[in-house]
Design a protein. Structure first.
Length: 118
């Protein structure tokens, strides 16, 4: 079992930045690729970014490319999402998830709210 806890959300103005943190416990995070998803009110959950277990492979949703950066620190069992140039459409609950392979996301955090004011 892996427990994931996100933090770092909040309310910022458009153009601002936030850094989200996801800390894992229960098992070494290095065993998993990790991803961030988000869900806005009234919308389906959508993929944001993914990083392989080694950090060597990273991909992003087109909507966040060039603005968001995913990274990980395996010894600290932590994954980050640096979000810059934030837009009101980035407003959502952000979740981290652990991928046991083949984009099978088996563990999820409880989410952290990100709200961007215009």
């Amino acid at each position: 079992q892996v427990q994931l806890v996100e933090s770092g959300g909040g309310l910022v103005q458009a153009g601002g930045s936030l850094r989200l943190t996801c800390v894992a416990s229960g098992r070494a995070l290095s065993a998993y690729a990790m991803a961030w998803f988000r869900q806005a009110p009234g919308k389906e959950r959508e993929f944001v970014a993914r990083i392989s277990w080694s950090g060597g492979n990273i991909d992003y949703a087109d909507s966040v490319k060039g603005r968001f950066t995913i990274s990980r620190d395996n010894p600290k069992n932590t994954v980050y999402l640096q979000m810059n140039s934030l837009k009101p459409e980035d407003t959502a609950v952000y979740y981290c998830a652990a991928d046991r392979g083949g984009r099978d996301y088996v563990y999820w955090g409880q989410g952290t709210q990100v709200t961007i004011s215009s």
